[in-house]
Design a protein around this ligand. Structure first.
Ligand code: HEC
Ligand code: HEC
Ligand code: HEC
Length: 405
């Protein structure tokens, strides 16, 4: 008996020593590095590529790289990454050669965007990896990054901080988060005439499926359709305040998915940000006005072909009505302006200077009603027809109050 106990104790001690050693090793060695491959690529910059690349960058990069204060891709703190990953910041990807990526070659950019490996061999675990986008679309993104668009024009500023990945992040990078393979064959987008194939290309290439499948931990980047709960939603994400929010089931299940939605319902939700019941689709889902109706419709057509999943997960309840003597505050919460602007008016887009940018109430009202008509690529939804006329004056008074410090 005593002997058995001794053996067990010895085994436990050994396991603990190994685990301790591993953790010590992971803590000290950090995120593994990978030798980057030299890619011979020269992207010819054409106006068509810059325009197409801008659309893709707005759909794929702005959310993580746009600082709400500079309104350029100068990097920001990623507030919706799980707190257990440690504080994370994206980088300045404007054309500045020192603070941004002005000194990167086209090949270095392509290699990072495809695999997640930077030019010095560091692995970027959080950054999207575009393993399925066509070569032409990737070239368009690179052409855009070289353009003089205000989003990427050189800005000599550093992001507001430097990432400090936690032990968990480092550990995950040793066992789960790995670079993607550099594609060995040309990737070509399907012809627009094939709606379902185009929809699949966009739903995967625009990274809809990672958020909309069951869990990032069971997603399969090499074979997306094999991801756990493919497009069945329920993936737990974080809202601007760091509270859990669950992605929606986009399969055609009638009860828990979007089986009852028409194509027009879907196109409106995706491009304009409102569901058929007129509630706003909340952050981290943002409207995609960059997509054409045909492209959004193609995604709908493709989603109808994805196996239905009946997935009744806990959808977060709409925010509890704020019992406030301030009617404007109540409305600000009721319409979920909080979803993007937070309770304090900052969130992903700072509205505390709105009264300077729109000096009259009429101008502010016009912006809130029709922002995309004023600034076509904005992610601010158009509230005309959603908010009744009588609600604008108190709502605007409250927006102005948020700006008073
Ligand atoms: C989910 C958030 C996220 C998205 C989406 C994203 N990035 Fe990043 N990006 C990061 C983070 C975070 C880093 C810093 C490396 C890291 O910690 O992973 C980074 C680093 C980079 C770098 C390296 C810069 C340097 O100086 O080291 C480039 C270039 C870049 N991103 C370009 C892009 C482009 C282009 C897109 C859109 C196609 C994009 N990123 C989309 C989060 C993101
Ligand atoms: C960063 C994660 C993320 C990405 C990327 C993303 N979504 Fe979403 N999406 C969500 C979340 C979370 C919700 C639920 C929002 C809510 O509850 O208000 C949602 C809701 C939706 C809805 C509303 C469905 C409903 O039943 O209310 C549609 C439609 C949708 N997404 C389509 C897409 C498409 C198409 C793409 C790719 C172009 C995409 N999403 C990319 C997170 C994401
Ligand atoms: C889906 C995200 C989202 C929601 C929801 C949202 N906004 Fe916005 N809003 C934005 C973005 C992004 C901007 C930055 C606009 C830009 O310059 O592109 C913005 C800008 C603004 C501005 C102008 C700020 C300035 O100084 O230029 C005001 C005012 C504003 N929003 C009010 C509201 C109100 C009121 C609500 C609720 C009824 C609301 N927003 C809901 C995303 C959102």
């Amino acid at each position: 008996m005593k002997k058995a106990l001794k053996i067990i104790l010895a085994v436990v001690a050994l396991v603990l020593a190994l685990a301790g050693g591993l953790i010590g090793y992971v803590a000290a060695s950090g995120i593994p590095k990978y030798p980057p491959e030299k890619i011979d690529l020269h992207v010819e910059i054409t106006p068509e590529r810059v325009a197409r690349g801008k659309r893709f960058a707005e759909l794929l990069c702005v959310e993580c790289h746009m600082d709400p204060h500079t309104l350029a891709l100068t990097g920001k703190r990623l507030t919706d990454a799980p707190a257990s990953f440690g504080p994370l910041f994206s980088k300045n990807i404007t054309r500045d050669p020192v603070h941004g990526i002005g000194a990167w070659t086209d090949g270095e950019l392509a290699y990072l965007l495809r695999t997640g490996v930077e030019r010095d061999g560091s692995f970027a675990p959080i950054m999207v990896k575009l393993g399925h986008l066509s070569d032409e679309d990737l070239a368009s993104i690179i052409a855009f990054l070289r353009s003089s668009d205000p989003l990427v024009a050189p800005r000599a500023v550093d992001p507001p901080g430097v990432s400090q990945p936690s032990l968990l992040t480092k550990l995950l990078c040793h066992v789960a988060f790995k670079p993607l393979e550099m594609p060995r064959r040309p990737i070509v987008a399907p012809p627009a005439s094939d709606r379902v194939a185009t929809g699949r290309y966009l739903a995967i290439g625009l990274e809809c499926y990672p958020c909309h499948s069951a869990d990032f931990k069971t997603m399969n980047e090499a074979a997306p359709e094999k991801s756990g709960g493919y497009f069945g939603g329920g993936n737990q994400l974080l809202d601007v305040a760091g509270r859990p929010i669950y992605s929606a089931n986009l399969t055609a299940d009638d009860e828990t998915g979007i089986g009852k939605w028409s194509e027009a319902d879907f196109v409106r939700a995706l491009k304009k940000g409102f569901r058929p019941d007129r509630t706003v689709v909340r952050y981290p889902m943002l409207p995609s006005p960059e997509l054409s109706d045909e492209e959004a419709g193609a995604i709908y057509a493709y989603l109808r072909t994805v196996p239905k999943i009946h997935h009744a997960f806990a959808r977060p309840l709409p925010p509890a009505p704020v019992a406030s003597g301030d009617e404007g505050k109540r409305l600000y919460h009721q319409y979920q302006c909080t979803s993007c602007h937070g309770e304090d008016g900052v969130g992903i887009a700072d509205l505390r200077h709105a009264a300077e940018h729109y000096p009259t109430d009429a101008a502010l009202e016009n912006w809130i009603k029709n922002a995309p008509a004023i600034k076509p690529d904005t992610k601010m939804p158009a509230w005309q027809g959603v908010i009744p006329e009588a609600d604008y004056p108190p709502l605007i008074a409250y927006v102005k109050k948020l700006g008073v410090r």
